[in-house]
Each structure stands twice: as structure tokens, then as C-alpha cells.
Design a protein around this ligand. Sequence first.
Ligand code: MG
Length: 163
Amino acid sequence: MEKDKINLLLVDDEEQFAQSISKSLEIRGFNVIVINRGEKAVEAARNHPIDVVLLDLKMPGMSGEETLKVLKKEHKSMEVVILTGHGDIDSAIECTKTGAYSYLQKPCELDELLESLKNAYKEKVMNTKKIEEKKMNEMLKISLSDKPRDILRRLREIDKEGK
Ligand SMILES: [Mg+2]
């Protein structure tokens, strides 16, 4: 994946829609991975350094809501934007509680989508910075007089946080 681009995971079971959005976003400097199932999205996020996810809700198999839960649990700094054709206020509240960055309805203007994705990316960068700072503070708290084994264990714990 190219380093100077925003790495976007686009999860939608409507293939044509996904391909067309993907093309529009690639032109505007995003690196897009298109996935059509929640289960596969979880796997892709484990294998690629994803910044932002654009997630459909209604999909066969694992729903968007479930996918959101797993993604946010496994990747604390990553941000998720919901894009759904079946949105309602309850679902929007629920997704926001679970940690979705924003909730958009199809059809969505490209400009609005771009704005949301860019803001989600900014948030992701901030999250990463905060997690790094927290790790650094935790590291400084480790006393060198502690047993080497305990120091190593604690360092490993700190390293795992926020991934
Ligand atoms: Mg769908």
C-alpha cells in the first residue's frame, strides 16, 4: 500500500456501487481495498494497515453493526464511516455508540462522503498520536529497579495496547 495515501477499506455487498465509489476515491488520492462481506473485512483489517473503513450495514452473513463492533475492538485508532441505504435514527445512535465516526445515507453526494472520510482520517491520526503518547508515558513509569522479567512483560503489554 502506498504510504502517502489514505488507506481505505470499502465494505459493501453491492459490487457495482462499490466499484464506482472506489474509482472516484482512488482518483482523489485514496488507496481502496474493496470487500463485499463483514467477515472478510475483519480479516483484511488484520492484514493491512487500514486508516478508515467505509461500511455498509445490510450484507449477507455478518452485518455491518457486528463488523463495526469487531473492527473497533481490534483496532482502537481506526475510524469507521457508515454508508447505508437502510438508515434510521435508532441505527445511527447505536452505531455511534459502538464507535462509528459518522453515519451517512445512500445516495450520498461525493463531496459529503469525501469530507466525512477526510475528517475520519484526521481523527485516526489524532487517535494514533494519543495512543503513542499514552504508551510513552506508561514506559516512563516503568522503574528500572523492577525485575527484568516484569519490565519485559509490562513492555509487551504496552506494545499491544491500541493495536
Ligand atoms: Mg448492502
